[in-house]
Write a protein that binds this ligand. Structure first.
Ligand SMILES: [Zn+2]
Length: 216
């Protein structure tokens, strides 16, 4: 059985997810927003209590609220961090972005540059299946969807929220690209795919096509 556990992290109420296979005792993370020590402990406790081995982390994009815990994940578990190369420039001004939001960052937050960044068409084995990323630029140049095809689980980052979409006024954001990405999304995926956004509640494409003003 595959299950998904959300962890709401940091001042931005960012959704960090642990996706895990209960039988194989393997897990991966989608984003790592853990900012407070308590958030890092909750993430770690969950893995320990269920005796899960974390295999890797995939970032939907590299905005700071999604990567406060990247350093912790890299150091604590020694696993590969996967993210789109197109967002790597955001790591350069991590500290100044944090300062702009009035947030203090320490060494425990500073995101490492990954040797495992990817461009288009990335996939990685997990359990009996494969996890794929699909690039959806717009909210940021390197925004991706993380898709678990055999389970029909889709992690949409800040590209699509329940009833909304991500902002495009941050560095590298592009409204026209976001519209294209959303169009691709609605035509590519089954309506019953379960969507787990980077903020807020889970949803489905059926629901979004009906109620999301950016999709109807
Ligand atoms: Zn974002």
């Amino acid at each position: 059985m595959i299950a998904v556990e959300p962890f709401v992290c940091n001042a931005f109420a960012q959704n960090t997810y642990i996706v895990y296979d209960e039988d194989r005792k393997e897990a991966f993370a989608v984003d790592a927003g853990m900012y407070e020590e308590a958030e890092r402990l909750a993430f770690d406790r969950f893995l320990k209590q269920r005796q899960l081995t974390l295999k890797f982390l995939i970032n939907t994009h590299l905005h700071l609220d999604h990567i406060f815990g990247n350093r912790f994940v890299a150091d604590r578990y020694g696993v590969p961090l996967y993210y789109a190369k197109e967002d790597e420039f955001l790591l350069n001004d991590f500290a100044s972005q944090a300062a702009a939001f009035g947030l203090q960052v320490g060494a425990e937050h500073l995101p490492p540059v990954s040797e495992n960044s990817f461009s288009d068409g990335f996939s990685v084995a997990f359990a009996d299946s494969e996890i794929k990323t699909i690039s959806t630029p717009g909210h940021s140049p390197g925004s991706v969807l993380v898709y678990f095809p055999s389970e029909k689980l889709l992690f949409s980052g800040d590209t699509l929220f329940r009833g909304g979409v991500g902002r495009t006024d941050l560095p590298g954001g592009n409204t026209a690209q976001l519209k294209e990405s959303l169009k691709m999304m609605t035509s590519t995926f089954d309506d019953n795919v379960k969507i787990f956004p980077g903020h807020g509640l889970a949803t489905t494409l059926t629901f979004e096509k009906k109620y999301n003003p950016f999709l109807v």
